[in-house]
Ligand binder design. Structure first.
Ligand code: SF4
Ligand code: SF4
Ligand code: FES
Length: 499
């Protein structure tokens, strides 16, 4: 460790880091120690090209770039000295010489570093009369990203991302001096599984995602912490909400989980929340054999009837549950509690699997696959056998992963049951055999905790209310328990322990 002093405050930092890295490591960069920077990013190599991070270091005649200057014991740094501020003003003036200043029609306005620093270090008037550089305004770099070359400040974050993180090398700076532009290599569009991260990295409005651009002004967005449910990595996201609608996921930094990245596929899972195939009202199978819309009370009442009848007729062991690995730990605890209270231990959680990579994407395609295992919901094979053998009469199903080809493939095996009680967020063929359907809430609508592949339990708040009437699955199960006059909290065992 070495000791440094920044603007009069003493810090102990790790040796071998540069000043920006050390401050980031301490968690004070831009949270107490504000050193503006464009090209530096905590997860990319050091470029040292923008010169915005210049600071004064006692004993060094020239200003130093904080991103590239290693800390030394006894170093005394001034981040807001007159010379440092004047240097930043100079950098801003040069960056703005050719900038189109089209903030009113720029999608980055409101979260743009050029705007922020121009406000802080820029001048009110331009000293140039020469025409600004005219470059291409809408370049499709690939299927996800649009480039506005005029807005680019050539920080090369996007180039380094493609070189160092996705390792796909699609982008480069071509030409020299003020003719420099970002381009894709001929015949090699920006197409990789992480392509949209370059829009998050771009400090200005040069790179925007085709998905989000011009959909919403960012100052209308409420950003709430959330978790991507695309796989068992559990990447941390900001859920961007406007008018009860999720408009985007952007990465929320968590060095233990996803660093500062998201895969494109996971990023787009926000669309599931407002998808047209959401289940929006409860339903009960009527005398005609059709599912008929019902109140939540009626649906819960019918579900309870089915459970009670089965237990009275054939004993508690005939009630079973197929949980979803998308369910929260709270939902799973409620489900397990209900089964235990009924005297049944027959439960499982089908977890879909798919492709993975060495960066983030995990093979298990549900956020809480590990949480389900920890809660005792294992592979569904034995439960399927028990269903086929007639040992299950009523099945409570959370989610519809079980209908996937990797598991049942068809709802047929469940058709012979006396009761299928479905708590789900999205429509599926399971409705063909369900006797009761109750709408569920997405993680972003209910909050709660999920356990990622490495065993890390992560909790998030609800980001929005659904636009239809639905309560969290754990609450539905609690209402089942109330109506059945049992407790979800494994009370008998706890009481025994206390006794
Ligand atoms: S496009 Fe954005 S990220 Fe890429 S070099 Fe230009 S300003 Fe930097
Ligand atoms: S790696 Fe998994 S958790 Fe992360 S963004 Fe992709 S799908 Fe979501
Ligand atoms: S952030 Fe240091 S030179 Fe760009």
């Amino acid at each position: 460790m070495v000791h440094i002093r920044v603007d009069g405050t003493a810090y102990e930092v790790r040796e071998g880091l540069t000043l920006l890295q050390a401050l980031d490591d301490l968690g004070v960069l831009m949270k107490g120690v504000d050193i503006p920077h464009y090209c530096w990013h905590p997860k990319l190599s050091i470029d040292g090209s923008c010169r915005m991070c210049q600071v004064e270091v006692e004993g060094m005649p020239k200003l130093q770039i904080a991103c590239g200057t290693p800390v030394r014991d006894g170093m005394i740094i001034h981040t807001r000295s007159e010379r440092a501020l004047a240097a930043r003003e100079g950098v801003m003036e040069l960056l703005l010489v050719n900038h189109p200043l089209d903030c009113p029609i720029c999608d980055q306005a409101g979260e743009c570093k050029l705007q922020d620093y121009a406000f802080e270090y820029g001048q009110a008037h331009s000293r140039t009369r020469e025409p600004r550089r005219a470059l291409k305004k809408r370049v499709e770099l690939g299927s996800t990203i649009i480039l506005d070359q005029e807005r680019c400040i050539l920080c090369r974050r996007c180039v380094r991302f493609c070189r160092e993180v996705s390792a796909t090398n699609e982008l480069a700076v071509t030409q020299r001096g003020d003719r420099s532009t970002i381009e894709t290599f001929p015949g090699k569009p920006l197409e990789n599984d992480y392509s949209m991260n370059v829009a998050d990295l771009c400090p200005v409005g040069a790179l925007t995602t085709r998905d989000f651009r011009f959909k919403t002004r960012v100052w209308s967005l409420e950003e709430v912490p959330g978790i991507c449910t695309g796989c068992s990595r559990g990447c941390n996201v900001h859920v961007g909400v406007v008018d009860h609608e999720v408009r985007r996921y952007t990465p929320r930094r968590n060095d233990e989980v996803n660093g500062t990245w998201l895969c494109d596929q996971g990023r787009m899972t926000y669309r599931e929340i407002g998808a047209p195939d959401r289940i929006t009202e409860p339903a009960v199978r009527g005398n005609s054999g059709q599912l008929v819309g019902a109140t939540l009370d009626r649906a819960i009442g019918r579900a309870v009837e089915l459970i009670r009848e089965a237990v009275q007729k054939e004993g508690p062991g005939v009630v079973a549950a197929l949980a979803s690995a998308h369910a929260t730990n709270e939902d799973l605890a409620a489900l397990r509690g209900l089964l235990r209270a009924l005297g049944s231990e027959t439960h499982a959680a089908p977890v879909l699997t798919g492709s993975s990579d060495a960066l983030l994407v995990r093979p298990e395609k549900a956020a809480n696959a590990e949480g389900a295992r920890v809660a005792g919901f294992g592979e569904p094979g034995l439960l399927f056998d028990k269903i086929r053998g007639g040992g299950v009469r009523v099945l409570i199903v959370l989610g519809h992963d079980v209908i996937h080809e990797q598991f049942l493939g068809t709802p047929e095996p469940l058709a012979a049951l006396d009761g299928v009680i479905l708590l789900d967020t999205h429509r599926s063929r399971l409705e063909q055999v369900a006797d009761v359907v109750i709408p569920g809430r997405h993680l972003a609508e209910k909050g709660g905790s999920v356990t990622n592949h490495a065993g890390l339990v992560q909790a998030v708040p609800a980001a929005l209310e659904p636009t239809f009437e639905a309560i969290a699955e754990a609450q539905v199960l609690a209402r089942f328990a109330d109506a059945l006059d049992v407790s979800l909290t494994d009370e008998p065992e706890r009481k025994r322990e206390v006794d």
